[in-house]
Write a protein of this length. Sequence first.
Length: 129
Amino acid sequence: MNASDHVWKTICRLEDIPVLGARRVARPVGMDVAVFRNEADQVFALLDRCPHKGGPLSQGIVFGTNVACPLHNWTIGLADGCAQGADSGCTPRFAVRIENGMVCLNAKELEQLALDAQAPLAGPAHKSC
């Protein structure tokens, strides 16, 4: 399948994503997708879940083509969703493109990619009786 076969869903204007920040895109099923913008106006999209402990990458600090997870400061590559350095693991990435200043994601990926990923549970662990 080539890029012309994709159906693209318009998400927002490029300006709606803060420089060095992110915007979350909710999906009917599955975890949110985080759409990031760096200082060069490059845009990337990843599942909003760090591969380490599930931290919300959309709340991390964007630098260059990476984001630092807000929970444990893991560096995640925005282009591939993979942990950098000695850390290991990847989070799913989503195809993204800019059309006339609008940010678009692949509609099929939004509907089908990483639907089984679970958000981490906050609070104390529950023990079965």
